[in-house]
Design a protein around this ligand. Structure first.
Ligand code: GLA
Length: 748
């Protein structure tokens, strides 16, 4: 068992392979946090913070006479506000008397093998009960009859602990509280108090076409936080936060990751207090949220996946990659190599004909591409982005013979066929809107704010979810569809629902997300063979929850190779390469106007799931030959690039290079059997007359030899020790086109 309860000391020890997480019950009532450390086999309990009573620290009435103890100066496990802890509470509930002060006391606990599902929400799962153990701790507010269950799943093969919280209104409150409803105003998925504030906080921020750029800042007294208020996880901030010790790098130092499995409004914060305790929290954003629980009802928080590393950031990333690939993604495409596709969006935008599609497909087939994806514009009267979302029947003007004819034509050429949809949206100019004007999110009497000329369907409604399930099932069965790109191109506004009472309007945003999960579950169950790719103007919903349904995501609408180095590097902090689709597009690049070499575009896209998004009929013969080579080479390294272990040898945000050296980034992918290694080096600021970069590879067999084949044509042999300790010199030459890729094969 990885969870131990020491009843004498009233301590829980949660042991992952290399870490120990400590929870304590104080005086039989208060649940305190004892710390999360590198694994400790013998916990004497003498390292906990002393129970000192600082100046101005209030002491609970029941402990007043026996000891100096204040909730304000303790490391707590799930703090409430209003009873002496003036920091941010983890939970806020308005009770029958209108106040929000709770008194949650330890009530009971349960330890069992395996991991429970979370009702209505996606979460990581075990394949068998031996993979993890779970601890559930019940906290109870006697006066109001509120039961809060803290759930901890401890993994046996990952340094990860998954937490979520269940709130139940038992109805057994005392006197005037008995049987009364309660209103949840805030419930975090976890709260954790670290004994010092000597940390840096890392988050992934950005914007559309500039997603997930890491930001690292000092934790200082006060609150530092990130959030989304967009009813989507957002381009601007990812539902992730890490605390890093001061000495941490990619390979050294302690790192604590918090990744929320949720696609709606979230908040993540680090609050350093007057005594330098740092409180970390992540969960549903209290903004525009409340939830009424009638007697007997329960509320489930989303899951947070917490990862510990004592070997720096890269090890934390590798743990996230493994747990998300193996215990989050489900279905046919789990751990399965993904097809190389061509998408017509940047090639044609809305302007295509069957003939054009087949012309592109002919060349795509010739170069070895495996699937053709028809993007936006195939339905309703859709010729630009001003109409037709919701009218999921074929655009007869553009495709007179229908979808089936297109899919058959693609199949005849030996490729699979994929299709774009944006089902959560509705254009005011659509038959669907004319028939159901109240089906969108809106507030009665207020103007509806448009985004990309469109509104958002109200997925908090069961009738809308049922309608979409049937409509999309018809589309997905109307032709041989192997892949679906599921888009979401605006943030909801006027987040209200026609069917909810005024008291429950603030539930709309979370109900929307629950409705989305229901819809996705319906469709992935009905169409298990379809490869779903999520998208939200690129990577606006690149959160763990979406990967429970759709195993890959369009990383960004920015396809420029240089911009992608930053975006993909930042994304890899939490998400594995198998989640990131990456396409070679035309130059000058449509988003930033930059010209990069075809080989660099290929190398960068190969870091994730390689695809193409350009008009192949306009390429020269040499370019077509180069693309054919890229495709066939990628097929040889595909498994390693998508599912291998990733090492960020030099990340885009590391500041280790001196200014006089050319700035570059380098990453290494290692196959599951450790026999194939791929090293990619790409320059961020190419400069002339610079010395070679010395790249040291990691985690090789030091006694083995490796045969290296360079994209520059060279071929050399190295020992593992040479590659790790001496390093391989890689020189920048303009003729290399901005990047060098080296494939190593272990030869003994
Ligand atoms: C979004 C997507 C693009 C493309 C367009 C189509 O912007 O991110 O890849 O599908 O929509 O309208």
């Amino acid at each position: 068992m990885s969870i131990i309860f020491n009843s004498e000391k009233q301590i829980f020890l949660l042991n992952t392979p290399s870490s120990t997480y400590v929870i304590k019950i104080h005086s039989g009532k208060y649940l305190l946090h004892g710390g999360w450390f590198k694994r400790i086999s013998h916990w004497t309990d003498n390292c906990s913070l002393p129970l000192v009573d600082y100046v101005m620290s209030p002491v609970p009435a029941d402990l007043h006479d026996i000891e100096d103890f204040s909730l304000d100066s303790q490391q707590q496990e799930f703090p409430v506000s209003g009873r002496g802890d003036f920091r941010t509470g983890a939970i806020e509930i308005q009770t029958a008397d209108g106040t929000c002060t709770l008194d949650l006391r330890y009530d009971s606990h349960k330890i069992f093998k395996g991991k429970p599902n979370i009702e209505g929400l996606p979460s990581t799962y075990v394949e068998n009960d031996e993979q993890a153990d779970t601890l559930e701790i019940n906290l109870y507010d006697e006066l109001c009859g509120i039961l809060v269950t803290l759930s901890y799943t401890v993994w046996n093969s990952y340094d990860a602990i998954c937490r979520h919280v269940i709130v139940k209104n038992t109805g057994s409150g005392k006197g005037k509280y008995e049987g009364k409803k309660i209103i949840i105003k805030k419930v975090m998925s976890c709260s954790m108090d670290f004994s010092t504030s000597r940390y840096k906080m890392m988050t992934l921020m950005g914007a559309a076409t500039r997603e997930r750029h890491p930001v690292i800042r000092d934790v200082v007294q006060g609150i530092q936080s990130v959030e989304s208020r967009r009813t989507m996880s957002s381009h601007q901030q990812n539902p992730f936060m890490a605390l890093l010790s001061y000495d941490s790098t990619e390979t050294t130092g302690e790192v604590f990751g918090f990744s929320l499995v949720y696609s709606g409004n979230f908040t993540a914060l680090a609050e350093a207090d007057q005594f330098h305790i740092t409180r970390a929290q992540i969960g549903i954003n209290p903004y525009n949220f409340s939830w009424t629980l009638e007697k007997g009802e329960k509320f489930f928080s989303p899951e947070v996946v917490m990862v510990y590393s004592s070997n720096g950031l890269n090890a934390m990333s590798q743990t996230y990659h493994a747990i998300y690939n193996n215990n989050l993604v489900r279905g046919t495409w789990k751990n399965k190599e993904r097809p190389i596709l061509i998408n017509n969006w940047e090639a044609t935008y809305f302007n295509f004909t069957p003939q054009k599609i087949f012309e592109i497909a002919d060349v795509a087939k010739k170069v070895g591409v495996e699937m053709f994806v028809l993007d936006d514009g195939w339905f309703g009267n859709r010729n630009d982005d001003r109409s037709s979302l919701g009218d999921w029947y074929v655009n007869k003007t553009k495709l007179p013979e229908g979808l089936l004819a297109i899919s058959e034509g693609i199949k005849k050429r030996g490729m699979k066929f994929g299709l774009w949809v944006e089902p959560e949206m509705i254009s005011p100019d659509s038959d669907l809107y004319r028939a159901h004007p109240d089906w969108c999110l809106h507030i009665d009497g207020r103007d509806k704010t448009l985004g990309r000329h469109q509104l958002v369907l109200d997925l908090s409604r069961d009738d809308v979810v049922d309608y979409l399930t049937e409509t999309l099932s018809n589309v997905f069965s109307s032709a041989d569809i192997s892949y679906v790109k599921w888009d979401f191109n605006r943030s909801p506004t006027e987040v209200g629902s026609a069917t909810l009472s005024p008291e429950r309007q603030m539930e709309t945003s979370h109900r929307y997300v629950l409705g989305l999960y229901k819809l996705l579950e319906n469709l992935v169950t009905r169409f298990p063979q379809i490869l779903f790719e999520s998208c939200s103007s690129g990577g606006g919903r690149f959160d763990p929850a979406m990967f429970y349904y759709m195993p890959q995501c369009w990383t960004s609408d920015n396809t420029d190779a240089l911009s992608r180095l930053f975006i993909q590097d930042g994304t890899s902090v939490v998400y594995p390469p198998s989640f990131m689709t990456a396409h070679v597009s035309a130059v000058p690049n449509h988003q930033v106007g930059r010209i990069t070499s075809l080989s660099m575009r290929g190398h960068v896209a190969m870091r994730g799931i390689l695809g193409y998004e350009l008009d192949l009929t306009k390429m020269t013969e040499e370019e077509i030959a180069e693309i054919a080579e890229q495709v066939s080479f990628y097929k040889k390294i595909r498994r390693t690039m998508q599912f291998g272990k990733t090492y960020r040898l030099e990340s885009t945000w590391s500041k280790t290079s001196s200014a006089e050296y050319t700035k570059f980034c380098a990453w290494q992918s290692v196959s599951e059997d450790e026999k194939q290694i791929v090293l990619t080096v790409a320059w961020l600021y190419p400069e002339s007359n610079v010395p070679p970069e010395i790249i040291r590879l990691q985690s090789l067999d030091e006694n083995a030899f490796y045969q290296a084949a360079y994209s520059t044509g060279e071929s050399k042999k190295f020992s593992g020790a040479e590659l790790m300790y001496a390093g391989i010199p890689i020189k920048f030459l303009a003729s290399y086109g901005g990047s060098v890729l080296v494939e190593f094969q272990k030869i003994n």
